[in-house]
Design a binder for this molecule. Structure first.
Ligand code: TXA
Ligand code: MG
Length: 347
């Protein structure tokens, strides 16, 4: 299959961008799958009401079919066609954070979307993205659009169209290139099917932000204890894995450097994932900074792209610094832990 590419203006200001969006929307209406930017990561969109379109999404990504997809809508009027029994706290969360990087899991009205979207669950995950291009595409289709991250299953999520191209060229109908995404990590997934909201996946909106709006918010115990079975099916898979083994290092820069030296003595090419603060201090084959510790959102923004850079740099092993579990640091560490397959060394 030839994968079309459309270049669009991120803000949708150019009149040509609208034509490109129309072409992408027509393919989506024909149940083809098309990748487009959102404010978090690139999504691989397909008509959520069509079994064929949704099967195409799973197939292109090589994604296990028991891992349900997030449905993207352009405004709240579409929500009431999909879900029922919306608790008052969920309304508050929508008012505060939509459009934005927050996904709510709510009881689905059966028969409204393909059962492959929900993987047969009684709930559906929904969000309104905050990206002019994503919103324009969804509006143009007049459909609910299922869109997982537009990467091959197991690879870091794409934050640039080029990442999507590398993973899915030839497997999907098109890519709408709207430049780099904003947040860099996926949306926060919150289960709203019970009395209290429960974070199933940490992401762009932090626990602290949610609590400011609705008071108490729980975290799915599976996110902190590995032996628990996560409620969000996607959280049980190893994700975001770079090709080389990745180790998280809980210790000083000197300790991390000593680990690098040991590996180099064995003839290995070693990578170090660090921040602007320590970048100059390490001597390794490849040293990459993913942002500054003074603003963890910069780390979130570049993390996936840096993990992909390590893949292109042919290292045998990667050592990474760790980050405080504050604000978006929670989501950063969640993705890093998974990328590392939970491998950690302590000084
Ligand atoms: O930022 C994002 O959320 C991106 C962009 C493209 O919007 N999308 C994304 O989709 O990350 P995906 O498919 O890669 O992740 C969806 C997550 C998975 O962990 C999945 O298990 C969970 O949402 N999920 C979907 N439906 C669910 C449901 N009914 N109950 C619990 N978890 C659900
Ligand atoms: Mg994903």
């Amino acid at each position: 299959m030839e994968t079309k590419i459309w270049f669009v203006d991120k803000q949708m200001n150019l009149s040509t961008s609208y034509e490109q969006v129309q072409q992408a929307a027509i393919l989506l209406q024909q149940n083809e799958v098309v990748a487009f930017p959102t404010e978090t990561v690139y999504g691989l969109g397909g008509n959520a009401t069509s079994n064929i379109a949704v099967e195409r999404i799973y197939e292109a990504k090589g994604r296990p079919s028991d891992n349900p997809l997030i449905v993207h809508i352009a405004d709240k009027s579409q929500l009431h066609l999909l879900v029922e029994d919306i608790p008052a706290y969920a309304e508050k969360l929508m008012d505060a954070f939509w459009p934005g990087p927050l996904t709510l899991v709510l009881p689905v009205i059966q028969g409204t979307v393909s059962t492959k979207v929900t993987a047969g669950l009684s709930t559906i995950a929904v969000r309104i993205p905050e990206h002019p291009v994503a919103l324009a595409i969804i509006k143009e289709t007049s459909l609910p659009i299922a869109a997982p991250s537009a990467n091959l299953s197991g690879k870091p999520s794409p934050t640039k169209a080029d990442h999507v191209w590398k993973d899915l060229n030839g497997k999907i109908a098109g890519i709408v290139d709207g430049g780099e995404t904003g947040v860099g990590l996926e949306s926060t997934v919150v289960d709203c099917s019970e009395g209290i909201p429960v974070i199933l996946r940490p992401g762009g909106i932090t626990k602290e932000q949610l609590e400011e709006v609705v008071g108490i918010v729980k975290i799915d115990p599976a996110l902190t204890k590995r032996e628990e079975v996560p409620k969000s099916p996607g959280m049980k898979y190893t994700h975001y894995a770079p090709k080389a083994p990745l180790w998280l290092v809980d210790g000083s820069n000197e300790y991390l450097q000593s680990l690098v030296n040991k590996q180099q003595q064995k003839g290995k090419r070693v990578g170090v994932l660090t921040t602007d603060e320590s970048f100059e201090q390490y001597k390794a084959n490849v040293v990459l900074s993913c942002g500054t510790r003074s603003d963890l959102s910069t780390i979130a923004n570049k993390l996936y792209s840096i993990l992909r850079e390590f893949d292109d740099s042919d290292v045998d092993i990667i050592f990474s610094e760790i980050f405080p579990l504050e604000g978006v640091g929670e989501a950063v560490m969640n993705r890093l832990e998974k990328a590392a397959g939970y491998q950690r060394v302590k000084e």
